[in-house]
Design a protein around this ligand. Structure first.
Ligand SMILES: C[S@@+](CC[C@H](N)C(=O)[O-])C[C@H]1O[C@@H](n2cnc3c(N)ncnc32)[C@H](O)[C@@H]1O
Length: 198
């Protein structure tokens, strides 16, 4: 059986894509597995609560560190293929959505997807979010892994004046109590945590 040039190019391309995803997974300690639809819905529900709560704090505690009720920055730490970024950008057209993703293929796919959907309030950066200044974010979302949560907690403790709320899919911050937890109706009863981290 002989392969055409097109077939060879296709096979090489597929192998490179797979290798890139596997390499990203080994390097970062987590695959780019997207959150399920029900997890995304639960995270959006908690985002609504966090944003409402921060508006409440602005009104009642003017020195709470929240400056105004204008557009806020919502970060996704490890945005994968961009599914959650799209959901956030559509839900909050008045806010600024920022994604960070280091794995090359998911990052590229999310860039293309966001361009095709012409969503103007969202951007995605190929950057390590552990090296990013989170102080201008009001709210961040993540779906990481246990060691990643330990590292993230250390970053939040070190970065004073850092973000106000964190929503985490599945994995908890080791030394923080969530202010609210939702459990998905899946076989694992996956938790989604909302933390106040100020
Ligand atoms: C399980 S996926 C979640 C994707 C997306 N947040 C979602 O819920 O659909 C975790 C993603 O975090 C990315 N990631 C892990 N550590 C990272 C880091 N330090 N900087 C940027 N991205 C990271 C991984 O490449 C992976 O795509």
């Amino acid at each position: 059986m002989t392969l055409s040039v097109f077939e060879i190019v296709l096979i090489v391309f597929t192998l490179l894509v797979l290798l890139s995803i596997v390499w990203g997974t080994i390097r970062l300690g987590i695959s780019p597995m997207p959150s399920s639809r029900s997890a995304r819905q639960a995270m959006l529900e908690l985002c609504d609560e966090a944003l409402l709560e921060s508006i409440y704090q602005t009104i009642n505690k003017p020195n709470a560190g929240v400056s105004d009720n204008g557009p806020v920055r919502i970060y996704e730490l490890g945005s994968g293929w961009g599914n959650m970024l799209v959901a956030l950008a559509r839900r909050y057209p008045q806010h600024i959505i920022v994604g960070y993703e280091l794995s090359f293929v998911p990052w590229l796919v999310s860039i293309v997807w966001l361009k095709l959907l012409r969503l103007n309030n969202v951007s995605v950066h190929r950057q390590d979010f552990f090296k990013v200044d989170l102080s201008s974010a009001k709210l961040a979302l993540c779906y990481l892994y246990p060691q990643g949560m330990v590292k993230l907690e250390a970053k939040l403790t070190e970065d004073t004046g850092s973000l106000n709320y964190l929503i985490s899919h599945h994995f908890a911050l080791p030394h923080h109590e969530p202010i609210k937890t939702l459990w998905l109706k899946d076989v694992y009863q996956t938790p989604i945590y909302l933390y106040e981290v100020r």
